[in-house]
Design a protein around this ligand. Structure first.
Ligand SMILES: [Zn+2]
Length: 267
């Protein structure tokens, strides 16, 4: 496991001189930036410099070894592609047309329960990928017809739902929502950062906690695929993370899933 930081600083600042002395190439332009892992032998010195020079340090992902990924009992899906927007997008109108009325919060999205298929303006040209997410809807996955056909009936607790072409409402023939039916609680650390909505008092965890290290493990272990009971998110969006068992992970690899990363849960 290697926790990757994206650090950046002004080229005319004292920090630039420090990085130059450490052997980093300083490029022309106002800002210089690098991705550095905590496993890098230079990291302890860089970490010290981050404090000393008040450098921007954005800890944004964790790289895992193949052994860590293949050895995990459960893994979380993480999308590589975001596509389009749920419609109607004006004033987040899709929240009214897609979710059950009177359930969940229209402001922070915590507790929304889907009632109708999503609508989008056009289907994706899939190319090499076969799974993606829509912008704003970070809890749901959408797959190509080909991937749907390969998976149909093979994963307990999954069904596929049509996606409609906006505004006419007819079903698109090459994109389907992969609906995950089960929800499980996560074993989150007590100090996990969260926000409370001022309208509904709903709680959502800060997505940044998913960027560092292993993903939170499910409390219950007896499932193939599930979404978290807990919400994550920022501003007007909230999402549940999607967790798969090792067997489902292997099945997804076998059928040639392309477009998600698999991040191991804590052992
Ligand atoms: Zn709310």
């Amino acid at each position: 496991m290697n926790i990757i930081h994206r650090i950046s600083f002004r080229t005319d600042s004292p920090a630039a001189k420090f990085f130059e002395a450490e052997g980093f190439k300083i490029k022309p332009g106002i800002i210089n930036g690098y991705d550095i892992g905590e496993n890098d032998p230079k990291w302890p010195r860089i970490q010290e410099a981050v404090t000393r020079y008040e450098i921007m340090d954005f800890q944004y992902k964790t790289d895992f070894t193949k052994k860590e990924i293949d050895g995990a009992e459960f893994l979380v899906l993480s999308p590589k592609t975001l596509f389009e927007y749920p419609q109607p997008s004006d004033d987040f109108g899709y929240k009214e047309t897609t979710y059950k009325p009177g359930v969940g919060c229209r402001k922070c999205s915590v507790g929304l329960e889907q009632q109708k298929p999503f609508s989008i303006k056009k289907a994706p040209k899939w190319g090499k990928r076969n799974i993606l997410q829509l912008n704003w809807v970070f809890g749901e996955y959408f797959v190509s017809k080909e991937l749907k056909e390969k998976l149909e009936g093979k994963i307990p607790g999954v069904h596929f739902l049509e996606v409609l072409k906006y505004p006419k409402g007819m079903p698109l023939d090459d994109i389907f929502q992969m609906v995950v039916e089960k929800r499980v609680a996560l074993a989150l650390p007590e100090n996990a950062a969260f926000q409370i909505c001022d309208v509904c008092k709903g709680k959502k965890y800060v997505p940044g906690i998913l960027a560092r290290g292993f993903q939170p493990a499910p409390v219950e272990k007896d499932f193939a695929i599930a979404q978290s009971q807990e919400f994550f998110g920022d501003g007007g969006t909230a999402f549940r993370i999607t967790i798969v068992s090792k067997a489902v992970y292997q099945l997804l690899l076998e059928v040639g899933i392309k477009g998600v990363d698999f991040i191991p849960c804590s052992p």
